[in-house]
Design a protein around this ligand. Structure first.
Ligand code: SF4
Length: 347
């Protein structure tokens, strides 16, 4: 049996990126996602989310990626957020998120939620309606870019990642390269992830994400890390991380013609790509199509996976609520079945 992080396959999932709200209690100096003016702030309602879900299902996606600002109820800039939530009939973001995950499952999609720092209880509350969950560690360093972001304290993020391990939640994390950290911090961040994985065995992939400057942000004039630095980080990550943890390179954030160089160094996953929505965190960076990816990674073979990695499918790290979908969509190795019809809504 092939290990999914072996270099034979390069994996990806088909998702729909649902930016539930851009209200966030943090204020990271590089962030172009968070609302900075009331006129730009939003909270998607269920009808809007349903439109995303149905569009994605129609195009064969299996993953509903729910991304949102962290603890929006604690935003000092937009106290109105709580009223918006109340108007939708919910008393907390978490309760609303759970309802959206349930909606996604009813529509035939497997949720993957990335809601920022969560407590053990909050993770447990969302666990049975998520095929996997995620939280970028970003860095264990105290960087200036995070000085206005209480949720970016590394110990809080490591605690959430560890709690997910205690709960046996297949988990995605990653580092953000080029936000003011030293190379020794990159090593320390990867080693921290490695320690948690050695303890709990729950990390499915580590994203190596380059910082990209966004207009109208305090870091708009900073430069992105070079390709050479990104390659050095991939080599270092492959050396530090256990072999069963995949290294992900987002294919819309590096030049497509250079993608293969990262694969040759040990990256083996391309994350979620969407045919129906933007990457709302990096809206200027369009996702390549599946055909473009297939051509770019040759001679590596592109293989579709679910938001839950094959070995967690094989081990049964999912609850009953998701079992019908996961078992219908996965093959005997735990990858996405090639012959399954994700367009029909029969379950
Ligand atoms: S936590 Fe995320 S959404 Fe919030 S400001 Fe930072 S990068 Fe932006």
């Amino acid at each position: 049996m092939l290990a999914e992080s072996s270099n034979k396959y390069v994996t990806f999932s088909k998702n729909v990126f649902i930016p539930v709200t851009n209200v966030c209690r943090n204020d990271c100096a590089y962030c172009g996602f968070k609302a900075r003016h009331l006129r730009d702030a939003y909270l998607l309602d269920e009808a809007e989310v349903l439109k995303f879900l149905r569009g994605a299902r129609h195009r064969g996606a299996t993953e509903a990626l729910f991304t949102l600002g962290e603890k929006p109820e604690l935003s000092r800039e937009f106290p109105q957020y709580k009223d918006w939530l109340k108007e939708l009939g919910y008393s907390s973001t978490l309760e609303y998120l759970r309802a959206l995950c349930e909606l996604a499952v009813r529509e035939g999609l497997l949720p993957h939620t990335n809601a920022g720092v969560l407590s053990y209880e909050e993770l447990r509350y969302l666990r049975d309606v998520n095929a996997s969950m995620g939280l970028m560690l970003e860095t264990v360093a105290r960087v200036r870019a995070h000085e206005r972001s209480p949720g970016k304290r590394p110990e809080l993020r490591l605690r959430t990642i560890g709690d997910a391990g205690k709960l046996r939640i297949p988990f995605t994390t990653g580092i953000l390269v080029g936000i003011g950290e030293a190379f020794s911090d990159i090593i320390a961040s990867l080693e921290a992830i490695k320690r948690l994985h050695e303890k709990y065995g729950h990390i499915q992939e580590v994203i190596i994400q380059p910082f990209l400057p966004k207009p109208n942000t305090p870091m708009c004039n900073e430069t992105s890390p070079s390709i050479e630095l990104m390659k050095r980080v991939v080599v270092t990550a492959r050396r530090i991380l256990p072999k069963d943890v995949a290294i992900q390179i987002p294919p819309n954030l590096v030049p497509l013609e250079r993608l293969k160089e990262f694969l040759e160094l040990g990256a083996s996953d391309l994350g979620g790509i969407s045919e129906v929505t933007l990457d709302y965190i990096n809206p200027e960076a369009a996702w390549p199509s599946e055909n473009e990816l297939e051509a770019a990674v040759k001679p590596f073979l592109l293989r579709e996976r679910l938001p839950i990695y094959p070995r967690f499918v094989r081990r049964g790290w999912y609850g009953e609520r998701l079992s019908t979908l996961i078992e219908r969509y996965s093959d005997e190795e735990g990858f996405k079945r090639r012959d399954v019809n994700c367009n029909s809504n029969s379950g």
